[in-house]
Ligand binder design. Structure first.
Ligand SMILES: [Zn+2]
Length: 345
């Protein structure tokens, strides 16, 4: 089943010991040793700086003065309190401290690793921030989100601005033409199993709709149906599950879904998919959307990173890039996704 991963696992077994420490404190859902990556499907992003400027409520340069974490269901968020040094857009004055919410952090004994595309802002560091105000409706209070999820934060150091995103670019229309037909990149980890037990919370049916849960299951199963990935056995018992799938209203977060996959020596140990009900309210009518989002997230579970080329791919990093009321409306893996999966499994 494993065509090429074994050798690289042996060769790089020493290296993975040095990867991010952030998952090591996870208590219940993740292993207490090893590594974890957290990937999301962003709700929306911008095509240009002008678009981001126009859509942002506040544009500032400021310094993070403190942070605090909060738990929403099973996901940890960090509020970074930023003191405004200078404002380019908005009605706030210099010296004001405002909360900016990011995903990731440690609350008690629960850790959500920071998102690879959008690392946490650090106390004492200065940033240029493009921010969108949230409405304060629902369970969570007023705060700002970084515009475009990963796009609206630049670190300022020695007068230089650098992007935080690992992609080292902000806008997906800055696409390298040579990568037009690129296969989706992979992470080093993989599952050393021929089948995976996937818990999909049965209460999703009651709390949202049977269409929602049915779409999620179909999106997960689409990988085994279209590629050589491990078979998927969906269950409503979380005991002994390799993958846990939960759905809740996590509030305004900028993402439709989040997947944290844990591994040790490149062998996956477990994965948790958390789907955000906040932005998509037509639970009865949009089975295809839930299928697409779950398919995208399960691609992360299997080892796929985001596809930032213009290839047809369920792994494009913004939901509307693979599923939108117009086009595209992809709910299954595309060949750019299947080829690297079949090399891995
Ligand atoms: Zn993603």
């Amino acid at each position: 089943m494993l065509k090429k991963s074994l050798l690289s696992t042996v060769l790089f077994a020493m290296l993975v010991c040095f990867c991010t420490f952030s998952a090591s404190a996870n208590a219940d859902s993740l292993e207490d040793t090893g590594c974890a990556t957290t990937e999301v499907s962003w709700v929306s992003c911008f095509d240009s700086l002008d678009d981001m400027k126009a859509d942002s409520d506040v544009i500032i340069t400021g310094t993070v003065v403190r942070t605090e974490t909060e738990l929403r269901h099973d996901v940890v968020f960090t509020r970074c309190y930023v003191r405004i040094d200078k404002q380019e857009k908005g009605t706030l004055s210099a010296g004001t401290v405002i909360p900016v919410l990011q995903t990731g952090g440690t609350y008690g004994n629960i850790t959500t690793p920071e998102i690879a595309d959008a690392p946490l802002l650090k106390v004492g560091d200065s940033y240029e921030l493009y921010l969108t105000a949230t409405d304060g409706l629902g369970a969570y209070k007023n705060y700002y989100l970084i515009s475009g999820g990963f796009q609206g934060a630049l670190k300022i150091e020695n007068g230089m601005k650098t992007v935080l995103s690992t992609e080292n670019r902000l806008f997906d229309n800055e696409i390298d033409v040579q990568s037009t037909r690129a296969n989706t990149p992979t992470f080093s980890y993989y599952w050393n199993k021929s089948s995976l037990t996937v818990y999909v919370d049965g209460s999703i049916r009651d709390r949202y709709s049977s269409y929602t849960r049915g779409g999620i299951c179909a999106g997960i199963n689409a990988w085994a149906e279209n590629s050589d990935s491990p078979k998927t056995n969906i269950t409503t018992s979380s005991a002994f599950a390799d993958v846990l799938v939960n759905m809740n209203d996590y509030g305004a977060t900028n993402w439709d879904a989040l997947t944290t996959t844990s591994y040790a020596n490149n062998i996956c140990t477990n994965s948790v998919m958390q789907i955000n009900a906040h932005y998509r309210t037509k639970y009865y009518k949009t089975r295809g959307l839930w299928q697409a989002i779950a398919c995208h997230e399960f691609g992360h579970t299997l080892c796929l990173d985001h596809n930032t080329s213009s290839s047809p791919s369920i792994m494009r990093r913004v939901t509307k890039q693979y599923y939108i009321d117009g086009a595209p409306k992809w709910t299954t893996p595309k060949s750019a996704d299947i080829v690297p999966i079949n090399l891995k499994y």
